[in-house]
Design a protein around this ligand. Structure first.
Ligand SMILES: C[S@@+](CC[C@H](N)C(=O)[O-])C[C@H]1O[C@@H](n2cnc3c(N)ncnc32)[C@H](O)[C@@H]1O
Length: 341
């Protein structure tokens, strides 16, 4: 007689598939690093051709493309000849759907080493990044442009993918000046200034990030935005009406998050607002993309975490702010609006 357990389909193949995605991630990273999607943008090409252009070993490249073909990233049109699928096209360096920079960052050896230290982090509660690299992620990115540039570009691209959702969910028209703290290279700022022609901006981030605020320059908006290099832990520019902290608190521990929120609360004009825009973990235990990002924060930043609304309410309160509204957007970000308590 077969028992209930015997009749149940085995879960092992599903688990094996999950484990084996590790190889796909590295193959996608290498495909991104070699710019294969750009090389295939005009149509199918022979592997030998691609190998010549990228400097790769032809047979190895073929075997990697065959794997990525099975995963739906490329299409094998004929023996050793591949074209791009819509999925693979997202590894192109341009276009609104591009995720190439995230693939470059996630699979970079420096980051891969950190992901491989989750066991240590789970045992100690300590972020792995500083243990592996002897410095925090921001310092590392400043010193290693080969990892820092894809990270900064991805911040801009990801923001482009989320900006319309933030703009549609919150009315920025009452404000004269917007300060974007930890604002990256200005992608969000550019979208805000474009949508609100009377708004002026202050873009604030670390010196190596704002040295070249490409999205602002490309949008021709540099004259409406002051670009300030600095460390938000040492204070923020004074006198803006609204302080935006978009995905800038999840990388920090509670004490530093309160410090930054308090600095914004103290710097804003009478009646001003602090807007924290990032993922918020649902309190009802529904699955959320936030749990993945929480782990990324845990590994990479001391004290970094994706928080619940209750946790944010406490941070706001400790910083002399009152959380007055929590506004969902059609992106993974939620807007938390604070006023002086
Ligand atoms: C996750 S990124 C978010 C960037 C941007 N707000 C966005 O939504 O795309 C965090 C940003 O905070 C900046 N940052 C980190 N620590 C900082 C500090 N102490 N002072 C100023 N900026 C900082 C980083 O350089 C980075 O651009």
């Amino acid at each position: 007689m077969t028992s209930e357990a015997d009749r149940r389909p085995s879960a092992a193949p599903q688990m094996l598939r999950m484990i084996n995605t590790v190889f796909i991630v590295q193959a996608v990273h290498v495909a991104a690093a070699l710019g294969l999607a750009d090389h295939l943008a005009d149509g199918a090409r022979d592997v030998d051709d691609l190998a010549k252009e990228t400097g790769a070993d032809a047979d190895t490249l073929y075997r990697m493309l065959r794997l990525l073909g099975d995963a739906g990233v490329f299409q094998q049109e004929a023996e050793r000849r591949f074209s791009l699928t819509p999925l693979g096209a997202t590894l192109g360096s341009e276009g609104p759907e591009s995720v190439r920079d995230w693939a470059l960052f996630v699979g970079a050896p420096a980051m891969w080493e950190v992901w491989g230290r989750l066991h240590d982090t789970v045992m100690t509660g300590e972020a792995a990044f500083p243990q592996v690299h002897g410095m925090d992620l921001w310092e590392y990115l400043a010193q290693h442009p080969e990892t820092g540039n894809p990270f900064d570009r991805w911040m801009s691209r990801q923001s482009e993918q989320h900006n319309a959702a933030v703009l549609a969910s919150y009315d920025f028209s009452p404000f004269g000046t917007l300060a974007d703290i930890g604002g990256g290279q200005g992608s969000t700022m550019a979208a805000m200034l474009q949508a609100h022609p009377s708004l002026r901006g202050v873009l604030f981030d670390l010196p190596h990030v704002v040295a070249n605020p490409i999205p602002l320059q490309e949008a021709g908006l540099s004259d409406r935005c002051e670009v300030v290099a600095g460390d938000m832990l040492n204070g923020v520019p004074q006198g803006a009406d609204v302080y935006l902290l978009k995905r800038a608190l999840m990388d920090t521990g509670d004490a530093n998050a309160v410090r930054v929120l308090r600095a914004c609360a103290g710097a804003m004009t009478e009646g001003g607002r602090v807007l924290v825009v990032e993922m918020v973990l649902p309190s009802d235990r529904t699955p959320s993309a936030g749990t993945t990002f929480d782990l990324i924060m845990l590994l990479n930043h001391s004290g970094g975490r994706v928080r619940t609304e209750t946790e944010f309410r406490e941070l706001f309160s400790a910083a002399g702010l009152r959380l007055v509204r929590t506004i969902p957007t059609s992106s993974p970000n939620i807007i938390l609006e604070g006023i002086r308590a």
